[in-house]
Structure formats: C-alpha cells, structure tokens
Design a protein around this ligand. Sequence first.
Ligand code: HEC
Ligand code: HEC
Length: 336
Amino acid sequence: MRIAQIILFALSISHFAFAEKLDLKSLKKNFTRPKSIPYLDDNKYSTEREILGKMLFFDPRVSGSNSISCATCHNPSFAWGDGLAKGVGHGHKELVRKSPTILNLAWTEKLMWDGRFTHLEGQALGPIGSEAEMNMKMEGEGNLSDKIKGIAGYRVLFEKAYPKEEITNELIGKAIGVYERGVVSGIAPFDKWIKGNEKAISESAKRGFVLFNTKASCVACHSGWNFTDDSFRDIGVNDTDLGRGKFLKMTSQQHAFKTPGLRSIALRSPYMHNGSEKTLDDVIDFYDRGGDVKRESLAGEIKPLSLTASEKMDLKEFLLTLTGDDKPVTLPILPR
Ligand code: HEC
Ligand code: HEC
C-alpha cells in the first residue's frame, strides 16, 4: 500500500513537471512575431510611398505654425512617444492625454486611447487638423493639400509614389499611414528566447513571464506578440477622463482606455493615458494593489495580487526583455 502510494506520488510529480513544460512551450507560441506587415488593399506598400510618408511625418510644415511635426510628439528617441505625462500641442498648450507610441500599430484596428479611429491612414488627418495639436487648415484657402502642393519637391515625390493621383488631404494621410505601418519594434531578447535561445533572458525574467501569464494575470489583456488584445478596459486609474465611455456614450465603458502594447515599454515612461505612473515599479505596485479606484466599470481582472518583493522584481525583469535592438532612425532631408 505504502509503496503504491509512493509510486503514485512520484508519477504525479513527474506528470506535473511534464505538463508544466508542455504548457510553457505552447504558451510561448502565443507570442511569436508575425511574418509580414498588413497594408490596406487600396494603399499597398511601395518604397516610394514609405519615403514620402516618412518626410511628411517629420515635416513641421504639416502644421499651421510650421513648427510641429508628428515626430514632435511621436519621437523615435522616446520609443515614438514624447516622454511627457501629457502631450504639448499648438501654442505650447498641454493636451489632455499622453502621446502614445506609434510602434506596431499596423496590427491594430482601433486607434487612440478611446478607439475613435479605425486605421492609420485616416487617423493622420486628425492631429493635423486639430486646433490643439497641429492647428493646420484642412479646407479653403491655404489648406493642407494646397500647402504641400506648393512645395515643388513634394509634387515630384507624390508623382513617384501615387502616379496620376491628385494630391489631396486624404492622399497625404495615406502616405503617412504607409510609413507608420513600417514602424515595428526590433527583435528583443524576449523574441530570441521565444525562438529557443534559453540564454537570451535571465531566469528571473523567465519566472516573470510565468507570473505575467498566471498569478499576475497581465495576459488577460496584454496578450499576443505585441502584448495587447486591443481591448478597452477600466483598470482603476484615478482621474475624471471617461475615455471610451465618453466616445461611445456608454456607462459600461466609462474610464475604459486602450490596452497599450508593451513592446519597448522600458523606454516609454511615464505610463498610462495621463502619465500618472512614473516608473515600471510604480505600474507593478499599482496592479498589485488592485488599481486606485473601485467603481462599477472596473475590469474584473483588476484585484489585489499579493505579489512578493521578488515576484515584483521578476515581473519587471520580464518587462525589460521587451526592448529590442531597434536601429536608430535617420532623419529625412525635406523637399523644398
Ligand atoms: C502635439 C502632440 C501630437 C502631435 C503633433 C501628433 N500626435 Fe499623435 N497623438 C497624440 C496624443 C496625445 C494621442 C492620444 C490622444 C487620445 O487618445 O485622445 C495621439 C495618438 C496618436 C495615434 C494613436 C496611437 C494608438 O496607440 O492608438 C496615432 C497613430 C498618432 N497619434 C499618429 C500621429 C500622426 C501621424 C501625427 C502627425 C500627422 C501625430 N500623431 C501628431 C499627440 C500628438
Ligand atoms: C483588465 C485588463 C488589464 C490587465 C489585467 C492588465 N493591464 Fe496593463 N493596461 C491595461 C490598460 C487598459 C492600460 C491603459 C490604462 C490607462 O491608461 O488608463 C494598461 C496599461 C499598462 C501599462 C502602461 C502602458 C503605457 O503605454 O502607458 C503597463 C506597463 C502595463 N499595463 C502592464 C501591465 C502588467 C505588468 C500587468 C499585470 C500585472 C497588467 N498590465 C495587467 C489593461 C490591463
């Protein structure tokens, strides 16, 4: 009887260890990078379009004051954000939300903290025309397309990228969209580990990955290779911004914001839609205490996690493995 029990016990241990290994293997598969970048059918990739889009992205003449470009707030030196708690727009006025990164957005169908835009090509015209951001006239005399058409170098570039098409605001947005789709985070130590290099990340980071997927339940929202399920959730950030609830006029979505991807997250502080968490340690503490406000719209997954100090460290170690060896971005010489 005793021997049988011992054998059973030994079997169950080996079975458990085996099952755990298997799980980790299939779990890792969920984080494999995609093989190609999706483009819109009516706005396919070409080198000429990417070159043109990059110029427009970095060109401050796209703004009313000739002094603000997309890159002012989506700066590659800050992992395509601006390093500020809230963006600073036209007339140096502070915006109401943080400038998010534009990394890996080709795979997202709902853009902005509240999801009010559906694709990059259309979104680009939003900040250009917004009085608070780039304050550029979109219609009538001196509007965006006339201004760009008035620059001889751009006429040549548009003819190469979109032969025989008239330069309209919409076409300017399309070119910028092609460029943005190519803004993809580089291979990170995490990706090397996923591909089988066991030495690519530390043992602590590996434990952090398991915590991320189990006890800390981060994966409930931050899933897939870019660590987002594109959902909008209230995680209990303390402010009066109603987020997606205001946009959809739905109480259930109040205080819900876009789940950001976590690639290059170490370079993207401060965190959250209002920049209220300064460091990754602060973010982990925030989740550990179950957010800051208990309200009806709070996501069910957000509750105190009881993480130990070493578990918090492991989780952070894991997040640090998501920063890749992205190549420095060269600035384009702009057409005159
Ligand atoms: C003055 C700062 C500023 C400028 C200039 C600016 N943006 Fe933004 N951008 C923001 C802020 C702030 C948000 C988030 C706003 C919100 O969600 O309400 C944002 C959101 C975005 C998003 C959505 C990101 C996501 O994760 O869903 C994209 C894409 C984007 N901007 C692209 C651009 C492009 C292209 C330009 C130039 C045509 C541009 N932005 C100019 C500040 C700026
Ligand atoms: C219920 C869904 C959900 C869960 C669970 C969740 N997150 Fe988030 N996460 C979000 C949302 C939504 C935001 C943006 C919230 C905001 O700005 O108001 C966010 C923001 C973040 C940010 C800041 C990103 C940025 O660009 O500012 C980090 C870092 C982060 N989460 C890490 C984690 C970690 C680590 C865990 C597990 C301990 C976790 N998240 C669990 C949904 C979730």
